[in-house]
Design a binder for this molecule. Sequence first.
Ligand SMILES: *Cc1c(COP(=O)(O)O)cnc(C)c1O
Length: 376
Amino acid sequence: MSIPFIDLKAQFNTLEHEIREGIDRVLSHGKFVMGPEVAELEQALSDFAGVKYALTCSSGTDALLMPLMAWEIGAGDAVFTTPFTFIATAEVVSLLGATPVFVDIDERTFNIDPVELEKTVLRIRKEGNYQPKAVIPVDLFGLPADHQAIEDIARKHDLKVLDDAAQAFGAKYNGRRLGSFGNACSTSFFPAKPLGCYGDGGAVLTNDDKLADSIKSIRVHGQGSNKYDNVRIGINGRLDTIQAAILLPKLRVLAEELTKRQIVADEYSRSLTGIVEVPRVPENCTSAWAQYSILCDQRDSLRKFLNESGVPTAVYYEKPLHLQSAFKALGYRPGDLGVSESVSERVLSLPMHAYMNPDDQSKVTGAVRKHYESRS
Ligand SMILES: *Cc1c(COP(=O)(O)O)cnc(C)c1O
C-alpha cells in the first residue's frame, strides 16, 4: 500500500459537514456567479492576509495575468522572473506579448536571487531591446522570496512587483502574511495548493485602490458602469460561487493546518539532516510548506527506491522554464542559468500535507535512510 503524496480526502473527512452545507446553500439560492459567498470569501481572505483587497478569480494563472493587463504590459516590455517555477508564472508574460527574462535562483531557498536580478535588469537596460517593467518573484514550495531585497531593486529601477504566491498563501515574511508584498500578490486555489478548492480558482491581493478597480473590471470582460459597458479588453475571470463556498470552511482551518505542516516539516528535517540536503527557511520567514523538497545525490535511483517502497514523490521541476520548447524563441541554452539547471537534477519533493500521521512519515524517512545506507 502506497501512502498519499497529498491527502485531500483526510481534510474532507474533517470538514465534510461544512463543505456540503456550503455547496447546498449555493444550490438553494442559485447565485452561481458572483454570489454572496464570493464577497464573504474576499473579506475573509483580505482579513487573513492583512491586505485591503482580495479579488477572487478563476485561477492562479488569471491572478497573474490580470495585474499585468492592468499595468498595460505588452510588446517591447521585459518582465523578470525565475525559471525554476511552474509554467504559468512566465506564460502570462508571453501571452501579453511581453518578454520574460529569466533570472537564476538561490540554491538554498529555490527563489529568485536578488543579486542576479539586479545584474540582469542592468544588462537588459544597457542592451536597450526591451523596457524593464516588472518582476514576478515566486514564493516557491511555500517559502517567501527575499521580498525586502526585491522591493529595493524594484524601487530603484521603477519596476512593478507581482508576487506569485500560488504555493504560499498564509506564509509569513518579517512577521506579516504574504499578500501585501509588492504591488500585487497572486495566489491559486488549485486543489493541491495549501488552500485549495475543488476545481480551479485564485485571487489577487493588493493595497492599491486603482489596481483593485482595474482588476474588478478586467475579470468581467473589462466592464465599466455595468456588464454591457465595456471600457477595456478583459477576460471572464470570475471564481464560481460554489468554489467560494468550499473555500470558506477551508480558510477557517488554514492557520491550524499551516501549524500541522510545520510540525511535519520539522520532523522531516530532524530525521533527514545529514543524509540529504533539507530545505532551509530564512529566520525572517515561515513557509506554507506546499512542498517539502530536498536536494540529493542519486535522485532518480532514490526516487525509484521510494516508489517501490510505497512512497510517492514528485520532481518540481524537471526542466527549468528557459529550456522549455514553449520559450525556445527566447534563445536560452543549457548552461545559461546553472543553479536552476543543477537544482532541477537534484530536487525531490516528499509527501507533505497537514494530516500526515507519524507512521506514514517514518515510512518515508526510513526508506530515504535505507536507500543511502545500502549504497554507502
Ligand atoms: C499552481 C501555480 C500557478 C498557477 O495556478 P493555477 O491555479 O493552476 O492557474 C502559478 N504559479 C505557481 C508558482 C504555481 O505553483
